[in-house]
Design a protein around this ligand. Structure first.
Ligand code: 4AD
Ligand code: MG
Length: 455
């Protein structure tokens, strides 16, 4: 008999009869005549309660030694539960232990700290919290594809290894080969020139948008920034749509629509897991997500945002002034205190933005935008791209980048250049927003941060 996922059984309208389940023991209580075994297979938050009669064949060998963490296979009849809190339970007909669990199985008790759970990243998916986080992660990845596929976007797999620094921030990991203990560099280099792990698929994405009109990438990106914050990881996943025949306004519309779509999808398809987060991780989460789903977002220019911050009377750790990057505390003031909703800041000074962004007619600002959300700050960063050959050449020069290195990018402006725009959504930042989990390390299966690449 094939295995029935527990989620399917618990959602049944009528009893599915005799079925076969497998999973890991969460708890077990023995009484004289019965054992109650709660098993979980990760298909949903809830456990299936198994009632094993002590007269069951093999009871002594299979049921008595079961402890928390052991794996088990059960065949039995699904019946209406006598107990509270669940509709269905299973009357065991046969129980087989697949793997016992040593006494020191660390997830015996509730109430472990997040720091401790990070130190057992190989076991933490078996906890309620992390099971929920990674089910939501999976659903959101699916919803990202659905959002773009439904709108006719083509998914492009841009390279992980690249020779260009898209963001120009120099925060790249170098890719090298070894000969014994020696790193091979210079003429000996594998790719014939310095290569790195990508910080963004955007530049390659632009080449495909210049052929297929609307594309998106969705893959891992890497940044060697030494930031020890709850919002930065060295390896994270980014979704980067790129749209030909699109300007900054269209770009902002698309980013807002995507955030709303993903939040709506989570509310609909991850209701049980979100209710768990609302109760144990971030009270008020669901109400906040419903608000984001239902309300329109705010937009403000960088210039006006700086004015608002200067007039706020807040005592910021980092002072605000025109021409400086907004710090996380400034972003949070705008979304949490001032606008009290997701807010897109646009038209940033050119000095603080990369070479590829389109220069506005004022000569001072770039057609850039960041979408900020309460609790996190920047979740999306994007822009309209410079499509004018002469202006792009000037930008490259001003950023001290050689046109030779970017000849293929420049070519796009020589052969049928079109206005185009795009953005990057940090997938983990989205997950933090949707789950209320406060640290990026806890929405990544095996997080990589400065000083830490365990597992
Ligand atoms: O703002 P960023 O640096 O923009 C780009 O990389 C553009 N090339 C995107 C584009 O226009 N196609 O990064 C985009 C998003 C940020 O808004 C943030 O959500 C996330 O990526 N991000 C990080 N997430 C986790 N850890 C980090 N170290 C991150 N750096 C950026
Ligand atoms: Mg950014």
């Amino acid at each position: 008999m094939p295995r029935s996922p527990i989620v399917k059984i618990l959602k049944s309208e009528s009893s599915p009869g005799v079925v076969h389940v497998s999973g890991w023991v969460r708890t077990k209580r023995d009484s004289k005549a019965f054992s109650f075994i709660e098993i979980n297979d990760g298909s949903c938050l809830a456990n299936l309660q198994i009632v094993a009669d002590s007269t069951l064949e093999g009871y002594e060998e299979a049921v008595i030694p079961l402890t928390t963490g052991a794996s088990v296979e059960v065949t039995g009849k699904v019946v209406e539960s006598q107990g509270k809190g669940q509709r269905w339970e299973m009357q065991a007909e046969s129980v087989r232990m697949l793997g016992s669990a040593d006494e020191d199985f660390p997830l015996q008790k509730k109430g472990h700290s997040m720091e401790f759970l990070r130190s057992i990243a190989h076991l933490r998916p078996r906890s309620n919290l992390f099971g929920a986080v990674f089910r939501v992660r999976s659903r959101m990845a699916f919803a990202v594809h659905q959002f773009f596929q439904d709108r006719g976007f083509v998914n492009v797999h841009t390279p992980v290894i690249t020779a260009s620094d898209c963001e120009g921030a120099g925060e790249m990991f170098r890719v090298v080969t070894m000969e014994g203990e020696e790193v091979r560099l210079g003429d000996d280099e594998f790719f014939g020139k310095p290569s790195y792990l990508t910080v963004s698929g955007q530049l390659e994405g632009e080449t495909f948008a210049s052929a297929l009109s609307s594309i998106y990438t969705f893959g891992p990106t890497f940044r060697a920034e030494n930031s020890h914050t709850s919002r930065h990881a060295s390896e994270f996943w980014m979704i980067e749509p790129e749209m030909a025949f699109c300007d900054l306004a269209g770009d902002m519309d698309m980013a807002e629509a995507m955030i709303k779509y993903l939040v709506t999808d989570a509310l609909e398809h991850c209701a049980e897991d979100l209710a768990f987060f609302d109760k144990f991780v971030d009270k008020g989460l669901i109400q906040r997500l419903e608000f984001v789903r239902d309300r329109s977002f705010e937009r403000v220019t960088y210039t006006d945002a700086v004015k608002l911050l200067e007039q706020s009377g807040e005592n910021f750790e980092f002072p605000v002034s025109y021409g400086q990057n907004l710090q996380s505390e400034h972003e949070r003031y705008l979304t949490e205190t001032h606008f009290k909703c997701p807010t897109t800041v646009y038209d940033y000074p050119i000095e603080i933005k990369p070479f590829y962004m389109r220069r506005n007619d004022d000569g001072k600002t770039a057609a850039a935008m960041d979408l900020l959300v309460p609790g996190i700050g920047e979740i999306v960063g994007g822009s309209q791209r410079e499509e004018r050959l002469d202006v792009l050449r000037k930008n490259l020069k001003e950023h001290q980048l050689s046109e030779e290195d970017y000849y293929w990018y420049v070519d796009l402006r020589r052969y049928g250049s079109v206005p185009h725009a795009g953005f990057g959504l940090g997938f983990e930042r989205l997950l933090m927003f949707v789950t209320g989990v406060a640290n990026i390390r806890d929405v990544i299966p095996f997080p990589r941060t400065p000083g830490s690449a365990e597992f």
